[in-house]
Design a binder for this molecule. Structure first.
Ligand code: SF4
Ligand code: SF4
Length: 368
């Protein structure tokens, strides 16, 4: 069955500015159908790492908040903390980064609640019974919200080829343990040269998987459950994630997690992709390289697969911008994502998503 993806471009007029168009997009795409009066609404976005400037502008979130409040619901802005050490690896630092990037209450008119708690451990196990996972570990605050508005910055991505709705939901709504499970099949590893034998990591492991051998920490992989807790505690960053899941396996895991996030929110989710500042990598590093295509617009849909397929197609029909890192596949109709990451078969994300019933690649684009 064909899904509808609604699209606004960036053209604007004196009496029809872009923020106003964004409000009409949400209305037309059915915001009032997925959100009920008095709902607690999780607005899931990426606040951007400090130093990265490709994230969605706070003023657009303010409009989304305004539209949700007009329905009589209660929105909060949310994201989960990162696996790696950075400026968003626990709730206090994450909220501070979000405010420094402009998402302060007086700007966005809604509070920030970090979805997986103080240290990324606030999670709810959701049974999904799929090929890769029987259970998905979903951030509790998102699980408990009545409805969800996913607001994704669409761009290329080093692990998944592109990053849009499925990445924002499947990875971004997973707890630390859920992220570990998607990224890796094995325990973190100790870089023994960096380990000074301080022992700080040992009491932080609830599984008692870490011990000291010849004044260096060692992880017993059979005991490790991959919670990622030890990674953040090491003052020398000696404990590192093994980013070893192969691309197709990683994509399947992320798609299954998306299914898990949406499981208790049937017909209660709207997806929005901003196809602007289409950078060649995700918003997690403390920088962003020049965009690979021009700013295109914003799409919205209730189908998480259709919206990402439409976003891929809109990017690929563009000509590459001069001065970007894209050296291959630069013409209109060429695969820009393969141009940046030739080894990542992003199509598999869609094939598997359709296979497990997440949504449809078949869509009609309704531009207004
Ligand atoms: S916290 Fe880091 S440096 Fe200290 S023992 Fe553990 S791995 Fe080694
Ligand atoms: S990932 Fe979790 S279970 Fe594994 S060693 Fe680290 S703290 Fe322990």
């Amino acid at each position: 069955m064909q899904s509808t993806v609604y699209f606004i471009d960036l053209r604007a007029k004196y009496k029809d500015n872009f923020v106003g168009k964004l409000g009409k997009l949400l209305e037309t795409a059915g915001l009032a159908d997925v959100i009920k009066k008095r709902d607690l609404v999780a607005v899931k976005l990426h606040f951007g790492e400090l130093g990265n400037t490709a994230f969605i502008r706070p003023v657009f979130l303010r409009k989304i908040v305004e539209c949700i409040k007009r329905i009589g619901a209660v929105p909060f802005l949310t994201d989960s903390s990162t696996l790696y050490v950075g400026t968003r690896c626990d709730a206090p630092q994450h909220i501070t980064t979000a405010i420094q990037n402009g998402f302060a209450y007086p700007v966005v008119d809604a509070p920030i609640i970090i979805a997986d708690g103080l240290r990324g451990k606030s999670e709810t196990a959701v049974a999904i019974n799929q090929k890769r996972f029987k259970e998905a570990y979903i951030c509790t605050e998102i699980f408990q919200a009545n409805s969800l508005v996913s607001v994704a910055h669409f761009k290329a991505h080093e692990l998944s080829g592109f990053g849009g709705t499925i990445k924002n939901v499947g990875m971004g709504c997973a707890s630390r343990k859920g992220k570990m499970a998607q990224h890796s099949d094995v325990a973190p590893k100790i870089k023994t040269k960096k380990c000074v034998g301080c022992g700080d990591c040992i009491p932080r492991c609830a599984q008692k998987a870490i011990s000291m051998v010849q004044e260096k920490a060692r992880i017993k992989s059979k005991k490790c459950i991959g919670c990622g807790e030890c990674i953040l505690v090491c003052p020398n960053q000696a404990i590192q994630i093994q980013w070893n899941a192969s691309v197709p396996v990683f994509l399947e895991k992320m798609v299954e997690y998306t299914l898990g996030v949406l499981k208790n929110k049937k017909d209660r989710v709207l997806f929005v992709n901003f196809i602007t500042d289409v950078s060649p990598a995700c918003d997690c590093p403390p920088f962003n390289d020049a965009p690979i295509v021009r700013d295109i617009g914003v799409v919205a849909s209730t189908d998480p697969v259709a919206i990402d397929q439409a976003s891929v197609d809109l990017v690929n029909q563009e000509r590459a911008l001069p001065g970007s890192c894209l050296k291959k596949n630069r013409g209109p109709g060429k695969d820009k994502f393969k141009g940046v990451y030739p080894d990542v078969d992003w199509h598999h994300q869609f094939e598997y998503a359709e296979e497990i019933g997440l949504g449809s690649r078949d869509y009609i684009l309704d531009q207004f």
